[in-house]
Design a protein around this ligand. Structure first.
Ligand code: C6P
Length: 415
């Protein structure tokens, strides 16, 4: 473990919580650098999940028996815990559990967008949106006649704020922006964008899939109207996402899915919707996943979100330093020394990102290669794909050295 990590995080003891990091491929210990896709799950969360199924498993809100009551309380409390984690003072009423960030985005696009948007409206996005946001709003725009506009990325990989001020006008109904780009690592000035959006009477939806796991986030300080993230990128299980919405907006919105749980009163003629947030959680919800997500919030808070942020920034700085030393490596996003999320996307001149990734796999180094669900952004970069290394609480400088060594091996193989 490098000295700089030990000052911030006790990486060695954190790693003990993740037995998967001991796995070996071809006799080499895995170097897991694909955390922007999915983080690993620590023992306390695995225990929470196993314990729930061993001791408490039942459906919620339906049964009067003890198990159902205990499951219901744990599930409801999980909403409050998640609210606290992101600074939502409206507690559970502002926290809808979904399947993932993508579904959270679709809830608002369908429940709000489809009903409220028309041909005179504009949706302002950024060029660095993930497909979860870009494709969703693009399709809602097609259905409603609204127009999508895209804020440019400046030369240095940051958002062109002059262009943002130009594009966000009184015609703008929704500004949907990614908080931290999963490809560039850019940290966007979301609270500034919220001010601009609100000055023009527009709402702002912040995609926090790459921010909530890695830095302290306060949705009220940002003044986000809607905010989304996924449990599986923050030590939680797959199958759980979060939609935060300001209470008055969620109250005004129609439900997105219909069925059980989301109703208060049903007759053959009509139905009345349940209270928040259950109005948006139709059917048997993600009970165990929600409880495990609350445990993940505890786990991360115990480590400290500020320290996690600084740890990742240091790893990203080190990776930038090591990768930019090499003349045939092109690194995307903000330059070294600039604020960035804990990830670095790059290309090696002579080797396609997919080949690079499989050669790295031979050294048990796990990275992601492809378009990272940001195809239009890759078009603006003039490449079809990139390689991406992304870091989390258990990664070390030594692992970045292994990455760089494996990149050297790939270069030699293709020379
Ligand atoms: N990005 C990545 O490897 P889901 O799949 O719904 O949990 O998250 C979607 C999503 C939305 N926004 C951003 C900024 C994201 O990074 C992601 C997920 C993964 O980069 C999988 S494509």
């Amino acid at each position: 473990m490098g000295h700089s990590e030990s000052e911030l995080l006790d990486v060695a003891s954190i790693r003990e919580d993740f037995p998967i990091l001991q796995r070996e491929f071809g006799g080499q210990q895995v170097v897991y650098l694909d955390n922007a896709a999915t983080t690993q799950t620590p023992e306390p969360i695995v225990e929470t999940i196993a314990d729930y199924y061993r001791t408490t498993n039942a459906n919620v809100h339906r049964g009067l028996h003890q198990l159902s009551q205990e499951a219901s309380i744990a599930y409801e409390d999980a909403h409050d815990r998640v609210a606290e984690f992101i600074g939502a003072s409206g507690e559970r009423e502002e926290i809808v559990f979904t399947k993932n960030t993508t579904e959270s985005m679709n809830v608002v696009a369908y429940a709000w967008g489809l009903n409220e948007l028309g041909p005179e409206d504009e949706i302002v996005l950024t060029e660095m949106e993930h497909h979860a946001s870009l494709v969703t709003w693009q399709q809602i725009a097609k259905k409603t006649g609204a127009t999508c506009r895209y804020i440019r990325t400046a030369e240095d990989g940051t958002l062109d704020m002059d262009h943002a001020r130009e594009l966000i006008t009184d015609d703008t109904a929704m500004v949907s922006v990614v908080h931290v780009s999963n490809t560039l690592g850019t940290v966007n000035p979301v609270s500034q964008l919220a001010d601009i959006a609100h000055d023009h009477g527009a709402y702002i939806f912040v995609d926090g899939a790459q921010s909530v796991p890695n830095r302290p986030v306060d949705v009220e300080a940002i003044d986000a109207d809607f905010f989304a993230f996924s449990g599986h990128k923050m030590c939680g299980p797959t199958g759980i996402g979060v939609l935060y919405g300001k209470k008055h907006l969620l109250e005004e919105m129609e439900p997105y899915l219909y069925g059980g749980m989301m109703i208060k009163k049903v007759t053959f003629e009509d139905s009345k919707w349940n209270d928040l947030p259950w109005k948006f959680e139709a059917g048997t919800p993600v009970i165990c996943q929600g409880i495990a997500l609350a445990a993940a919030c505890d786990y991360l808070d115990d480590i400290g979100m500020e320290r996690i942020e600084r740890h990742e920034q240091r790893l990203a700085d080190y990776a930038m330093e090591r990768l930019t030393e090499q003349e045939d490596v092109e690194v995307y996003g903000p330059p070294a020394g600039h604020e960035r999320g804990g990830l670095v996307s790059f290309n090696l001149d002579t080797v396609h990102a997919h080949d690079l990734s499989s050669i790295l796999n031979d050294s048990a180094v796990a990275i992601r290669a492809g378009d990272h669900c940001t195809q239009p952004l890759h078009d603006t970069l003039g490449v079809a794909a990139s390689a991406r290394a992304s870091f989390y609480i258990y990664n070390t400088r030594e692992e970045i050295d292994k990455l760089v060594e494996a990149v050297d091996d790939a270069r030699q193989l293709f020379a």
